[in-house]
Structures are given as structure tokens and as C-alpha cells.
Design a protein around this ligand. Structure first.
Ligand SMILES: NC(=O)c1ccc[n+]([C@@H]2O[C@H](COP(=O)([O-])OP(=O)(O)OC[C@H]3O[C@@H](n4cnc5c(N)ncnc54)[C@H](OP(=O)(O)O)[C@@H]3O)[C@@H](O)[C@H]2O)c1
Length: 344
């Protein structure tokens, strides 16, 4: 893909930086961030000095891609809630607005955290909708990065866009509100696509804690291992978004998950295989609950059975580069130094 202008809200995180690396040399990438100008080299008038809600999970230890590294990337400050002219102007006539903003779900689901998880996604979506409405030349495409966890815990059958069912737990309610807010934004001259992303495999995100588990001999199944694990390789996320850009007839809601989901037991076995770690102690559900409490997260991320299929995307003719988990994990692990997944 070349010569496009892409605005990524929440583009400092795992997915946003991976996509900025993919597109940032041949296209113009603009990232909206709440971080300070010092942290990002952004063109910000109002740097933020503290972000109390991020104190538990600071995911900003990675170095952000910069123009100095040869990327055509600009960071603009926003607060994820209100429209401000300096960043809203960047939306004028752009090819793609991609919204990835949202408070991390890797935390304890306290009342305060739950509110922040839900509000941050709805507020950012609303702000982008308002900004698009005010443009003179509206963006061509707006993609909102939601989650495939909108579907219920499924061990009986896969969930697709046609027959998938939703439960009424906290995560599902967050996803529903996120999609509803997106639907409510009336942007008649901007095509809209809501993505339901499966767990993304790449150099970051969940792969980091999984590699730590296998490294220390704890890479066995989690719970009874029969819960389904729907995943998608980060390269296929980039390829699918490019596919949507190239196909102006496509709009609506799409699952973005590889067509080859596996059980948790198979996923962990494959991870052990590709990293060459033979020993993998299983973690029963009660131990996971204790561990999650100790490290300040939730077991839902590990124990929910996510069985999702990309029915609509396959119908459009899109083909996944990684439709099986072993080549996907091999491609990721193969680019890492051995010390990342091996003690010796
Ligand atoms: N990674 C996955 O496997 C996966 C799977 C399904 C769905 N998703 C969803 O996809 C989106 C991006 O995922 P990711 O893995 O890239 O997440 P991430 O690494 O946590 O990045 C999310 C970005 O959102 C911004 N953010 C954090 N708190 C915010 C708040 N309160 N208000 C506005 N923005 C806030 C942050 O940017 P600044 O601090 O720079 O503003 C952060 O870089 C998230 O909504 C996530 O739930 C991810």
C-alpha cells in the first residue's frame, strides 16, 4: 500500500505500532495519543503530566516509532474524549481513520476499572464520529477496532456474524456499547467498518506473557485446556485492513480471526513446540485465579472459550496468510532472540 493518509487513534499500543511500522514508510501515518509531547515527539499544545488509571499496567515501555527512524509518522495529542481542531484537521480528506483507543483490559475488573474500560472506548469512538461530521472532505473509510469477545463463551459451536450469540457479562456489554456508539455516529460520506478482533499474535500483546510462561516451564494447558482460542496474526490484521481499503463496496461488521482456531491445550502445545520448550506444567483454574489476583488481572482472558470464525470476510474473497496456528507462531518466534523464550 502506498501514498495513503492514515490516522490511527490509540496508535501507540501494540496493534497501532505494528501497523504504523507496516505502513509508515510508504504512507503518511498520523497517531492520536494522550501521551506527553516529550514521550512521543508529538505536536502537542497540552502535554499530559499524569495518567492515574494507567498505574497498574504501564504498557508504554516500548519505544515508539519516530520520524527519525525513517517513518512518515506524526503524533498529535488528544484526550480521547473531546474534539480539538489540531487533530480533527488531520481527518480532512484522509484515506483511513483507524480507532484502536481504549484502556487496557489487562487489569482487575474493579468498578472503577470497568467504567474506564467501557467509557474510554465509547468516548473515543464518539469523539472521532463528531470530528468526522465536522470535516469538509470526509475520510473515505473509518474502521473501529472492536473485539470478538462480544460473542458468548462457546464450546459447542463456532460464532460467526450470522448466527453468533452474545451473553450479558461485563466484556460483552463493553463490546456492545462500543459497537452501538460506532453505529450511532452518522457519517454518510465515510464508509464504516466495525471489526471484531480475535486475540492478535505478533511481537507484543499476549505473546509476551505466553513466552514468559513457556520459558519458565509453565506453558501447559490453562484450566482444562478445552476452551477454544481464536487468534489472528498481526500481518493478517494489516492485510485485512488493506483489503477493506481496496474494496469500497464492503462495510458493516466483520470478525477478524483466523479460520483455524484451536483449543487452549493445542495452542500451548504448539507454542512449546515452536519454542523448543518440552516441559509445560498445566495451570488448573484455581491456580490461575490465585495468580490473576496476585498480578492484578482476570482469568477471563485465559479461560473464556472464544470460538470465532471470519465467515463474512472469507465470503468477500479475502484469504489469510496465516490460517493455521503453527506457521503463525513460527513466524513470530523465528524473529526473536532465543533468550526471549528459553532459559538457556
Ligand atoms: N491486542 C489484542 O489481542 C486485541 C484483541 C481484540 C481487541 N483488541 C482491542 O484493540 C484495541 C487496541 O489493542 P492493543 O492491543 O493495541 O491495545 P494497547 O496496546 O493497550 O493500546 C491501546 C491504546 O489505547 C490508548 N488508551 C489507553 N487508555 C486510554 C483511554 N483511557 N482513553 C483513550 N485511549 C486510551 C493508549 O494510547 P495513549 O496512551 O498513547 O493514548 C494505547 O496505546 C483495544 O481497544 C483492544 O481492546 C485488542
Amino acid at each position: 500500500m502506498k501514498n495513503k493518509k492514515i490516522v490511527i487513534a490509540g496508535g501507540t499500543g501494540f496493534i497501532g505500532q505494528a501497523l504504523a511500522a507496516r505502513w509508515g514508510k510508504d504512507n503518511q501515518v498520523v497517531i492520536l495519543t494522550r501521551q506527553s509531547a516529550t514521550a512521543t515527539g508529538s505536536r502537542s499544545a497540552t502535554p499530559i503530566t499524569s495518567r492515574p488509571e494507567e498505574s497498574i499496567n504501564n504498557s508504554y515501555s516500548h519505544r515508539l516509532l519516530r520520524a527519525a527512524d525513517g517513518y512518515n509518522i506524526t503524533y498529535w495529542h488528544w484526550d480521547g474524549r473531546f474534539v480539538e481542531k489540531h487533530w480533527a484537521d488531520e481527518l480532512e480528506g484522509c484515506d483511513l481513520v483507524l480507532n484502536l483507543a481504549g484502556r487496557s483490559v489487562n487489569c482487575r475488573y474493579t468498578a472503577r476499572n470497568k467504567q474506564a474500560i467501557s467509557d474510554s472506548r465509547a468516548d473515543a469512538t464518539h469523539a472521532i464520529g463528531q470530528a468526522i461530521k465536522a470535516t469538509v472532505v470526509p475520510p473515505k473509510l473509518w474502521i473501529n477496532g472492536g473485539s470478538a469477545t462480544i460473542y458468548r463463551h462457546a464450546q459447542d459451536r463456532p460464532q460467526d456474524e450470522y448466527t453468533g450469540e452474545m451473553a450479558d457479562d461485563f466484556s460483552v456489554r463493553v463490546c456492545k456499547r462500543w459497537e452501538k456508539t460506532f453505529d450511532e455516529q452518522r457519517t454518510p460520506f465515510t464508509r464504516k467498518i466495525a471489526l471484531r478482533l480475535a486475540i492478535i499474535l505478533g511481537h507484543g500483546g499476549v505473546v509476551v506473557p505466553y513466552l514468559n510462561l513457556v520459558k519458565y516451564g509453565l506453558g501447559g494447558r490453562q484450566g482444562n485446556g478445552q476452551q477454544m482460542y481464536s487468534w489472528v496474526h498481526i500481518d493478517d490484521v494489516g492485510r485485512a485492513i488493506e483489503w477493506f481499503l481496496d474494496h469500497p463496496e464492503l462495510e458493516g461488521t466483520y470478525n477478524l480471526s483466523a479460520p483455524g482456531p484451536v483449543t487452549n491445550a493445542v495452542f500451548m502445545e504448539t507454542l512449546r513446540k515452536v519454542t523448543g520448550n518440552r516441559l509445560g506444567l498445566p495451570a488448573p483454574a484455581f491456580l490461575l485465579k490465585l495468580g490473576a489476583l496476585l498480578i492484578g488481572t482476570e482469568t477471563e482472558l485465559l479461560l473464556k472459550s472464544r470460538w470465532v470464525l471470519p465467515a463474512k470476510l472469507l465470503e468477500t474473497g479475502f484469504r489469510f496468510e496465516y490460517d493455521r496456528v503453527e506457521p503463525a507462531l513460527n513466524a513470530i518466534v523465528g524473529k526473536l532472540p532465543r533468550k526471549r523464550f528459553h532459559l538457556f
